[in-house]
Each structure stands twice: as C-alpha cells, then as structure tokens.
Design a protein around this ligand. Sequence first.
Ligand code: DAK
Length: 257
Amino acid sequence: MSVDLSREDGVAVLTVNRPDALNAFDVATLSDLRDHLRQLAEESEARVVILTGAGDRAFAAGADIKYMSGLDVDGAKKWGELGHEVGHLLETMPKPTIAAINGFALGGGCELALACDFRYASSNAKLGQPEVNLGIIPGWGGTQRLARVVGLGLAKELVLTGRVIDADEALRIGLVNAVYEPGELMPKTLEVARGLAAKAPLALAAAKEAVNRALAGDHGDNLDREADYFGELFSSEDATEGMTAFVAKREPRFTGR
Ligand code: DAK
C-alpha cells in the first residue's frame, strides 16, 4: 500500500508512503488516498483525519512528474479529475481534515494541503506551486484554493513565478496555521486532532460546511444556510448535552447523536 492508515481513538492518520520519490503521487498512491478518504468520510468512528508524508523530507513533492510526462490530453484530464476528487473529499467530508506538512509540499502536494481544513508545518517545510516551471499549471485546485487562502495577489505571484517559500513565510501569509520544530509537528497536530475528536461531530460538520460556503455563492443564501444549520443542531442530543453540561458546570460527553 502506498498510503498507510493508522488510527488512535477518533483520529485517523493517513501517511503518503513513497519517501524515495519524496512522496510524489503516482496513480496507485493517489487512488489509494482517494479510497481511504472515501471510507473515512463515511465512518462515524473517524472524527478527524490527518494527512502527512512518510520520512522527514517531504509531505509530498507533487504529482509524479515521471508519470505525467507520458500523459496525453485525455490522460491529463483524467489525472486532474482524480486529484480533484481527492481535494473535494478533504475539503467537504463532514469532519475536520488537517495537513501535517513535514517538508516539501510542492505542486499537487501543496494543493492537497490547501484542500485540508487546517495546515500545520514543520520549520523545515517548503511550499509552493512550481508547475509553471514544467510548462503546466496547478491542476488539483491550487489556482482556486491558494487564492482563497492567501488572497488573489499573492496567489498570482506564487503560481505565476513558481516561487517556493519557507515555513516562516507560509505562516506570515496565512498559508499555514502554525509552524513547529520537526519533532514537535506530529505531537502538536495530534493534540489539536484529539481536541477536535472530543467535540460534537454534528456541530463540527455543520461548522465546516457553513464556513466552506463563505467565499462561494450568494452571501444572503449562505447566511440563511447558517441559520438553518444552527436551528437543526437543536434537535441533536449533543446540543442538549453541551448546554446542559455548561449550566451544570461539568465537562460535556458528546456521542455524535
Ligand atoms: N515526481 C517524481 N519524482 C520526484 C518528484 C516528483 N514531483 N519530486 C522528487 N522526485 C524524486 C526525484 O526524481 C528523486 O528520485 P531519484 O532520481 O532518486 O530516483 C527523488 O525524488 C529525490 O529527489 P531529488 O534528488 O530531486 O531531491 P533534492 O533534495 O535534490 O530536491 C526537490 C528536492 C523537491 C526540490 C526536487 O525533487 C524537485 O524539484 N521536485 C519536483 C518538485 C515539483 O516540481 N513539484 C511539482 C510537480 S508538478 C494536472 C494535474 C496535476 C498537476 C498539474 C496538472 N492536470 C492533469 C491538469 C500537478 C502537478 C505537479 O504537482
């Protein structure tokens, strides 16, 4: 298997495991990731998903350039669709997804990190969209998601120049949420994930879906949807538990119902 899955309580960790190719995605690896994500999206036991790379050099150095160099137009479109499906799963599955960026996150690697809800990076991480240097462009959502995360001006600069940035710059421009020493990256990411896994899953799913709407569609419609989600959550046992626990001055015990 080219993507490893481990679980700890409600936290699923997916590790792209092709360190000899700096975890670049070939068809087998990307298909494997897609299959795991489809499964985890459906599983109530998996409350949070972390995506990371094997070894200490790379999250993922992009799509596999050796594989891509042989593609024709139809093949490239199918390859793009597979990457889009993976990005869509990370972005829309009804639970938080976190990229733990432990080194290079380039091209498709950066794009899949951008599809996650949070990004944490090690201090040795390098991020960028260098596709233009290969005569192509980001094809797994990078042109859209990078602009949404860092703004249009910076996204254009990074995509058109292919400039690779370090972790400190990524933090400064909001491309990552936090930077940790390499040995601290997974412990800190797991700490956040465990905290999320203890929260009410229906509230997290509604919150993610509502925030995902923020930069798309009609603002008034999105506010209406937020109001709908807010109201609907009052039929959940977890909302009753959360508010009852607050009033009783005790910790809530959420069940996902
Ligand atoms: N693909 C395949 N192999 C890769 C790779 C990649 N992206 N990146 C690294 N490797 C392999 C290297 O070939 C080398 O393998 P061997 O030669 O030892 O067999 C091994 O990993 C170690 O890499 P290096 O020897 O190069 O290591 P260095 O420390 O010297 O350099 C580096 C590290 C990350 C700076 C360098 O490897 C590099 O520049 N890698 C390429 C980074 C890159 O350009 N990434 C973007 C890839 S393009 C689309 C769909 C998808 C996409 C676009 C369009 N459509 C269908 C529309 C996405 C495109 C991309 O992601």
